[in-house]
Design a protein around this ligand. Structure first.
Ligand SMILES: [Zn+2]
Ligand SMILES: [Zn+2]
Length: 294
């Protein structure tokens, strides 16, 4: 396995001052090991610049999130994944793997690319909505029950983590020991829609991380600058000094302690991320137009 520090230090494509003349690819592909990939969307296509994860097992492939852009011409996510999977094709077994497309949650910047995957015979796509996600688990036990998926010599644990958004999940990969946290925890300004649910989800993740070997926590975005507690404002398309992607289990433990200590929801500023409750107005807008907030 590759040294974990690379994910704390790696510089990603981070937009441009002048996007008209930006020549970075629409999707940066970072190969972590021979079957684990981290993809980042170009900020010049969407300021959200979400991260997407592709994990390849012997039998199946997990695609976690589909990005912020629908157009395959502008944002060729499907063909990018196809290329990565093809590199793993065994002789005579080309592209036989089934793909599972899941979403860290159903905000638009994490599922806009879904149409590129829909209707493909080898793809199972869990729709980004509450019913489909809860059906995928045991609906009556959501959010208390984990689900296990075997990609073939590679086991995943799917942990419900509502709070930032109702359908949020976190994925743990037994191969890389990554905890893929989506917008539940990432180096940025994290809006929390349901504080009580979020507190419980973070407690669940903290307990999980104590019971399992977690090498890094990787989320959906980078919004922090390189300076402690400082973040780029929403809408930024150029982040030359952005922080690294990975967070550590210590961050999770610190957040959990702080949430346990507080009686009420309030903005909490850590050096490497910020957690803040959504205002009532934001909640109203979010309810009316779920895609509006990242
Ligand atoms: Zn997001
Ligand atoms: Zn989100």
């Amino acid at each position: 396995m590759r040294s974990m520090s690379v994910l704390y230090e790696k510089a990603w494509i981070h937009g441009a001052l002048d996007c008209e003349s930006n020549s970075d690819p629409a999707i940066e592909v970072f190969r972590y090991d021979r079957s684990s990939y981290v993809l980042r969307q170009n900020k010049c296509l969407s300021f959200e610049a979400p991260f997407i994860y592709v994990l390849i097992g012997e039998d199946k492939v997990l695609v976690l999130d589909t990005g912020a852009t629908e157009s395959a011409a502008d944002f060729p996510l499907y063909t990018t994944v196809e290329t990565l999977v093809a590199e793993h094709a065994q002789q005579g077994k080309a592209n036989e793997r089934a793909w599972l497309v899941l979403h860290s949650h159903s905000h638009r910047d994490h599922c806009a690319g879904d149409p590129q995957f829909e209707g493909k015979p080898h793809v199972t796509l869990i729709e980004p909505n509450g019913d489909a996600v809860r059906d995928f688990f045991s609906p009556r036990k959501w959010p208390d029950e984990e689900k296990y998926i075997d990609l073939g010599a590679r086991k995943l644990t799917i942990i419900p983590t509502p709070g930032h958004q109702e359908e949020a999940i976190t994925v743990y990969d037994s191969q890389t020991k990554w905890l893929l946290t989506g917008d539940t925890l990432y180096p940025g300004y994290i809006y929390v829609k349901d504080w009580h649910a979020y507190k419980n989800s973070i407690a669940r993740l903290a307990a999980f991380s104590e019971a399992h070997d977690v090498s890094a926590m990787l989320g959906g975005h980078i919004e922090m600058t390189g300076k402690a507690g400082e973040y780029y404002p929403i809408g930024t398309v150029y982040q030359p000094d952005e922080a690294g992607l990975a967070l550590k289990v210590e961050h999770l433990a610190a957040l959990n302690s702080k949430l346990e200590e507080l009686n009420d929801s309030q903005k909490i500023v850590f050096d490497d991320f910020v957690v803040a409750p959504m205002s009532l107005l934001q909640k109203a807008i979010s309810g009316a137009a779920k895609w509006f907030f990242q």
